[in-house]
Structure formats: C-alpha cells, structure tokens
Design a protein around this ligand. Sequence first.
Ligand code: FES
Length: 128
Amino acid sequence: MGPVRSQSCSRRAFLLGTATTFAGAFIAACGKAPSAEVAATQVPVGSAVIVDKIIIAQPTEGQFIAYSTTCPHQGNPITQVDGNTVRCPSHGSVFDIATGQPVSGPATSAMTTVPVSENGGTVTAGEA
Ligand code: FES
C-alpha cells in the first residue's frame, strides 16, 4: 500500500487515502468493522478484488456484491481470486463470487455478505 499509515481517523488521512492511486483502495483503520473503497473500474466484471478484509465482486457490469474474507469453514482469510471464484488457501474451499456459495469444500456454507454501495464511480464496502 501507499505511504498512508495514519494512526488517526482525520479527514485529511481519509482524503490522502482515497487519493492514492496504488490499487485505488483505502482501508479504514479506525477500530470499526473493516471497510474498503475501490474505484468501480478496478473491480473486474465477472470477477473480484480483495481489499484488506473484504472481497468486492462485480458479477455483471454495474452489480457489486461484497463479502467478508473470513472463511465460513474455520475462519481463516480468503486470499485468492480466480476468475469468478475466490479461494481460501487454508483448506482449499472455493466460492462463487456471484452468490457467495461454496463450489467446492470443505466449506459448506456461504461467505458472509457485507454492505456495498457504488456512488460516482467509487465502490464502498463494509461498515463505514
Ligand atoms: S478455513 Fe477456509 S477452507 Fe478451511
């Protein structure tokens, strides 16, 4: 990530974060639930990006859905994107980015969705 390592939640830090073009993403780090912002153009249609602890997917153009990276199997992080699926490397569970459902085990339940919205070309996911 960029050089933004502010310990505060100041407006300035927020603006610096959103202005960074590296990965186009900024992670709020204010002790709240994870949240993430990314330019809509950086979320590939039919696939997803992982920004910190949130998976932001765009199954079809203009349709965004976000999930926690916490794997529903044993809670380890889902870290890999492969086309229209994401994968947890711990035990190999693979999930469909459109539905969140597992397509191969050992996980048997879906990923947890988080709120997501798109405004002016910016996708915001998680609790703000
Ligand atoms: S914790 Fe993700 S597959 Fe086991």
